[in-house]
Design a protein around this ligand. Sequence first.
Ligand code: NAD
Ligand code: AHE
Ligand code: ZN
Length: 369
Amino acid sequence: MKTRAAVAFEAKKPLEIVELDLDGPKAGEVLVEIKATGICHTDAYTLDGFDSEGIFPSILGHEGAGIVREAGSGVTSVKPGDHVIPLYTPECRQCKSCLSGKTNLCTAIRATQGKGLMPDGTTRFSHKGKPIFHYMGCSTFSNFTVLPEIAVAKIREDAPFDKSCYIGCGVTTGVGAVVNTARVTPGANVVVFGLGGIGLNVIQGAKMVGADKIIGVDVNDSKEEWGRRFGMTHFVNPKKIDGDIVQHLVALTDGGADYTFDCTGNTTVMRQALEACHRGWGTSVIIGVAEAGKEISTRPFQLVTGRVWKGTAFGGARGRTDVPKIVDWYMNGKIQIDPMITHVLKLEEINKGFDLMHEGKSIRSVVVF
Ligand code: NAD
Ligand code: AHE
Ligand code: ZN
């Protein structure tokens, strides 16, 4: 069949809207009509050439929602007509990682996914006879895409696609980092670095679990209003304080935060986030994705004295199990999504979504098909 898609032909070049050929689903796969997709900073990071796994030409996008249109042989968990959210972190429920109960990082198809291929080692997309690679196993910047059955979460049908797509990455990552990874406790002091599409979801997750101080840190002053809207109690612009940001935050939290979160991808900020934690128990969670080749460092003494450094992918969520629950949280009013969707774009306008993100003018842009 044919599909319309925004293709990343080369790094650092705008996406091009073209018609592609798409092969149907093979055994264990489904064809999904994408109804809406968010643009996450990770898409920009890959397009900008910072991803060591970046492959071109490819169809980016990993924050979508849509409808199953066809199921390949042997598919049992979803059927045509089901509403689904694609999962860049699948959940096979059979691999060593899934069975461990210790991680959401299913390994069933990770090797091929990282090479831009389906589990059988081939790509379903092509343009003028040449293969176009998949991205993060999702490729939601295409009106139709093919996904393994283990990489879709079935969701309720009354959830609007233009909002539920955000649960495919940003919402689940931010809220999940609080609930699953850090397990923030009521009354805790929390510092969130980077108040974008992810950081604001960390803030609303921290508010939801009853955190006390929720301090937002951002170099963009316009993010203060956004943070306060979702439960932030204090705002710090590191460019506008006298002295060191770490000392400033330690003073503000009476010795250091119980939990900090990096939502910037900047390795200097990651170090600040760790060092702003309380001696003896503070935990810092890295969410931001750093550019290829970057490394983190700190004095080992920071860890010897009890601070804990962790990371999280997809907020520690087990996609097929947890995503439908997060959709319920949204539909029941436990978490907000609507105000964070600042821009709704047509596929032809997708490059504007990247510009708005780089200019710090959007929280989430969503493309509707
Ligand atoms: P975004 O562009 O919407 O937000 C980033 C925010 O960080 C902006 O408000 C920006 O002003 C702020 N910022 C930048 N440099 C800063 C600095 N030095 N100090 C303080 N604030 C700073 O991006 P996003 O979509 O929220 O994504 C944030 C990060 O999370 C990206 O690195 C993205 O790749 C990553 N991410 C990771 C996961 C995961 O599973 N681990 C999932 C989604 C996104
Ligand atoms: N490909 C990069 C790493 C990118 C990365 O860490 N991705 C996160 C999700 S970001 C979503 O917006 C992730 O899920 N990581 C776990 C995994 O298995 O990819 C690189 O450095 O090579
Ligand atoms: Zn993302």
